[in-house]
Design a protein around this ligand. Structure first.
Ligand code: KIV
Length: 292
């Protein structure tokens, strides 16, 4: 990359006029967790995408996406596993470093992987320190509210920005399954308690995955920190999608809460078939691709 990418919304998009807007603003320095807090105060909504490699991350950075998550969804998307559970801290450190190298402006958040923080605050701090020092990420994300409070408090005290993740927490799919969380008064109350606990422990933002829109709206209203929804309805402060779902790269059916903005799988397959046809038919390389 030779150019410092600025947030450049395309024609017809809803970029903000505010110079410091997370999306559509004119700032070029790296986004910080304080910028996300200021956006909540302004009432600005913003987009977040996952990224797992330098090249894709650079495309999203140039498009002005202010926050990129190196999610442990890399297990399913990038590494060919059935879940996020097998993803290791080594995987996370390597791919997070690539995403950091590929970007100039976006805040990069890395997931603490399954088994890298559940033992307690000391293990969590060791894992987060590695992602911050080795990969250069600006924040980490961990799953759980009350059950992860000690970890969140320790990380925040040590100067590590923490994004919490509640609702459907994929690392617990063996106990939760993949279904909507927080349905019914008791479950909703528990979720709201967890969200407030995460904020009180010092989390700078909260991801809410697969929860009823009404519950997500209430949590968003009652927290001071930004709430980022995925399958959580329209009223959260921000929205995150797994990039391969968003761009139509994922094979087969995508979750109902996803919207596909392109059909990259078709486009890439067509390009590969066109290349193969040219090679088989001796149309590539042509004279202009050939050295003498
Ligand atoms: O790993 C991931 O991609 C995530 C998002 C779904 C929020 O945690």
């Amino acid at each position: 990359m030779t150019q410092l990418p600025a947030a450049r919304p395309t024609a017809g998009s809803s970029g903000s006029d505010h110079p410091k807007a997370l999306y559509g603003g004119t700032g070029t320095r790296r986004i910080t967790v304080r910028d996300l807090g200021a956006a909540k105060e302004r009432g600005e909504k913003w987009p977040m995408l996952t990224a797992y490699d330098a090249m894709t991350a650079s495309v999203f950075d140039e498009a002005g996406i202010p926050v990129l998550l190196v999610g442990d969804s890399m297990g399913n998307v990038h590494l060919g596993y059935d879940s996020t559970v097998p993803v290791t801290l080594d995987h996370m450190a390597m791919l997070s470093a690539a995403v950091v190298r590929g970007t100039r402006r976006a805040l990069i958040v890395a997931d603490l992987t399954f088994g890298s923080y559940q033992e307690g605050p000391v293990q969590a701090l060791r894992s987060a320190t590695r992602l911050i020092k080795e990969a250069g990420v600006g924040a980490v994300k961990l799953e759980g509210g009350e059950r992860s409070l000690a970890q969140t408090e320790t990380l925040v005290e040590a100067g590590v920005p923490v994004m919490a993740h509640l609702g459907l927490t994929p690392q617990s799919f063996n106990t939760l399954g993949y279904r909507v969380q927080g349905r019914g008064d008791e479950a909703a109350d528990r979720l709201i308690r967890d969200a407030k606990a995460a904020q009180n422990a010092g989390a700078f933002a909260l991801v809410l995955e697969l929860v009823p829109a009404e519950v997500a709206a209430e949590i968003t209203r009652s927290l001071q920190i930004p709430v980022i929804g995925i399958g959580a309805g329209p009223d959260t402060d921000a929205q995150v999608l797994v990039w391969t779902d968003m761009a139509g790269m994922t094979e087969g059916k995508v979750p109902r809460f996803t919207k596909q903005y392109a059909n990259l799988r078709q486009t890439l397959g067509d390009a590969a078939r066109a290349f193969a046809g040219d090679v088989v038919g001796a149309a590539f390389p042509a004279e202009e691709h050939t050295f003498h």
